[in-house]
Design a protein around this ligand. Structure first.
Ligand code: AQP
Length: 342
């Protein structure tokens, strides 16, 4: 079976964008591939964060994975920092990553501009090297990536090839190793179209955990009345009817896509159904559909978190399975790079 890895940062409340763009897709991937889904807590400290909240957010994120249907009997679910090999391999890879290349990454440029020079951590710059480590440790075949991560995956592929060429093959054999490639070079798994969920208050920016206004997103654990209220108050326009893909109506297109994804209808069905609706009617339908879709997830979340030990067991078993794969890769790399065995 081909292997797929993916993760979400515990940087805040998991929202509809994280769910429709990532977690929901994992539940079908776990049936086809060997999957590892982790909570990338080490990535969550690259921008200023609240240490009092990190472990709580990490646990909640793990519980949400399971509530959304990630099945620990099929997928390994674990916390990134529980597998020490992530940080160790990152250090080894960083000797082959180049500052110029990292500082030209679009996400680094955007985030560092927002944070201001004095707040830019070294970790924000080297974040893509940790991401490369997350992927390469598991000899992953495929990585689901949104548009904003394709550059990072490209860097991962370059690092894999570079280390394979510099230290793999015959050179590794001379060091007492098996020879061949140290890392599999991963491919991108492009998610289904329309899975980019935009903010409720601005149809041109993406829904995001860190956006200051909670009105801009639907959190998966929002109670019914909060969901209804956020939809009622979200941004609209003054055009008649509802339509997809009108560049002058980004909010309309976004809300129709959300409606389509949570009802499981086709785009054509939704376009037909809503063509003559006014905003008031559509918003009521959308709020009802969202509440219906999220209700079972919230019920499962409550079940999972009311059991004091279940989640811990899942996470420790997941970390154990992950560490088995990760340690094998890491040991090979140490050997090929010439380190004295322990
Ligand atoms: N709005 C979105 N629409 C579709 N997919 C989205 N993802 C995030 N936002 C949307 C997907 O969720 C996964 C986890 O993302 P992440 O936690 O690694 O960081 P992010 O992409 O930066 O997510 P956020 O929510 O915007 O968090 P902050 O505010 O902390 O940066 C990824 O697969 C991502 O594509």
């Amino acid at each position: 079976k081909k292997r797929v890895v993916s993760g979400v940062q515990p940087t805040g409340n998991i929202h509809l964008g994280n769910y429709l763009g990532a977690i929901k897709n994992w539940t079908s991937l776990q049936d086809t591939y060997e999957t590892l889904f982790f909570i990338v807590d080490l990535h969550a400290i690259t921008l200023p964060y609240d240490a009092q909240q990190l472990s709580k957010t990490t646990r909640n994120t793990a519980a949400i994975y399971l509530a959304c249907g990630v099945d620990p009997s099929k997928a390994s679910v674990f916390v990134q920092s529980h597998v020490r090999a992530h940080v160790e391999l990152m250090w080894l890879l960083s000797s082959e990553a180049r500052i110029g290349r990292l500082s030209r990454m679009i996400q680094f440029k955007e985030k560092s501009r927002k944070a201001g020079d004095e707040n830019v951590s070294v970790a924000l710059l080297t974040y893509p090297v940790l991401m490369a480590s997350d992927i390469l440790l598991y000899q992953s075949d495929l990585v689901p990536v949104g548009e904003d991560q394709t550059q990072h995956l490209e860097l991962t592929r370059e690092l894999a090839e570079r280390v394979n060429n510099l230290f793999g093959g015959r050179k590794w054999k001379k060091m007492g190793g098996r020879g061949g490639a140290l890392f599999k070079v991963p491919e991108a798994l492009i998610p289904p179209a329309g899975a980019r969920v935009m903010s409720l208050t601005d149809g041109l920016s993406k829904m995001s955990k860190s956006a200051p206004s909670d009105q801009s997103r639907i959190n998966l654990l929002d109670p019914k009345d909060v969901i209804a209220n956020k939809i009622k108050r979200c941004k609209t326009d003054s055009f008649p009817g509802m339509e997809f893909d009108n560049p002058n109506r980004p909010e309309c297109s976004n809300l129709l896509s959300i409606y389509q994804l949570v009802t499981g209808k086709t785009k054509e069905e939704v376009a037909q159904e809503c063509i003559d609706m006014n905003w008031g009617t559509f918003k009521t339908n959308l709020a009802d559909a969202l509440i219906d879709h999220l209700h079972p997830i919230q019920a499962r979340y409550n079940e999972i978190t009311s059991d004091a030990t279940y989640l811990d067991k899942v996470l420790s078993e997941g970390a154990r399975k992950a560490a088995n794969i990760a340690d094998a890769t890491l040991n090979n790399v140490y050997q090929a790079m010439g380190f004295l065995p322990r």
